[in-house]
Design a binder for this molecule. Structure first.
Ligand code: AMP
Ligand code: ZN
Length: 307
């Protein structure tokens, strides 16, 4: 029988596959919090007098993020943001977990409801050209709204709960496609490149999905389990996920290594050779865009026409 590697206690609850490490909940919390603090310091994610908007979906990753930020920085100005995308049952449950968590950690919060504010909901895209790939307009809407809400309310940083596993999967795809413009955006800190673009930070980018799951469990963080009803994974996506796990089994620490090589070695070289597209302001909403109408306004228009 195994014991906690730190305190020697019997029956540790946490078993981390990648590190071959078993820890009890109390030792794991310390381990997790130290790692997140190191990531934040290493990438200089937070400076003096920051006002941080933390985007919380109701899932385990961003739930763990809000909780750990409050724990590590009790004096930091933190507001939690939730966007209700109007997906029947699912969005209501996510919002209710969000409200529960906000009460638990005791931070200010903003709930943005797309039905109320925009008069559209994500299922409206089922009647458009986006039927079959509804995650695409949903994430465009979310990304835009997170930034706009952060900018309009004077936040200095927008924090999201992206984890290592999701990041490596996206990296894998981008390298396969050679999508350099997207690759250079995939980093722990995305500085602001326009007065209306708020700097983005990903404090959990070095934490695995498993670690976030255990941290949420160890702290009793309210979390909406299960996937979004529209998140049907394609066969090829499933295969890629399986392939990455198989590589990790053969090469221990593969995901960590792939990510750190990307950030430390490849990004600086890529960034030197890429010219960023020039930004103008969207004719409709005034937010930064590469085209006359921004991606958000175009998609909202498409959803409204679906009626
Ligand atoms: P995803 O693209 O769903 O993996 O989400 C990435 C990150 O975006 C999450 O970790 C959250 O920080 C944020 N996020 C996703 N959905 C929402 C939402 N409905 N409301 C607020 N933040 C969200
Ligand atoms: Zn616009």
């Amino acid at each position: 029988m195994r014991n906690c590697k730190r305190c020697g206690g019997a029956n540790p609850e946490v078993h981390l596959g990648y590190a071959k490490l078993s820890l009890c909940f109390e030792c794991f919390k310390e381990f997790y919090e130290r790692k997140v603090r190191e990531t934040i310091l290493k990438y200089k994610m937070l400076g003096e007098k920051e006002r941080v908007l933390v985007a919380v979906s109701g899932g385990k990753d961003s739930g763990a993020l809000l909780f750990v930020l409050r724990r590590l920085f009790p004096k930091l100005s933190i507001t939690a943001l939730h966007i209700n995308m109007g997906i029947p049952t699912y969005s209501e449950e996510c919002e209710s977990k969000f409200r529960e968590l906000v009460r638990m950690v005791d931070v200010d919060s903003i709930v943005y409801d797309v039905r109320r504010e925009l008069g559209i909901v994500v299922p409206d895209f089922l009647k458009t050209v986006y039927a079959g790939r509804i995650c695409s307009p949903c994430s465009t809407l979310k990304r835009y709204l997170m930034n706009r809400i952060a900018w309009e309310n004077g936040f200095t940083k927008l924090a999201t709960g992206h984890n290592l596993d999701d990041t490596v999967e996206v990296l894998f795809n981008l390298y396969l496609q050679g999508d350099v413009l997207q690759l250079i955006r995939l980093k722990p800190v995305l500085p602001s490149t326009h007065p209306k673009l708020v700097a983005k930070i990903k404090p959990l980018i070095e934490m695995t999905e498993e670690e976030n799951f255990f941290y949420a469990q160890a702290n009793g963080i309210p979390v909406k389990g299960g996937k979004c009803p529209f998140a049907g994974e394609s066969r090829s996506q499933e295969r890629k996920r399986g392939t990455i796990s198989a590589i990790e089994k053969e090469i221990r620490g593969f995901k960590h290594l792939f990510f750190s090589s990307h950030v430390k070695r490849l990004l600086p070289a890529l960034e030197r050779n890429v010219e960023l597209p020039t930004l103008r302001e969207c004719e409709k909403c005034g937010m930064p865009s590469t085209e006359s109408l921004c991606a958000f306004c175009r998609r909202v228009e498409i959803a409204r026409k679906a009626y």
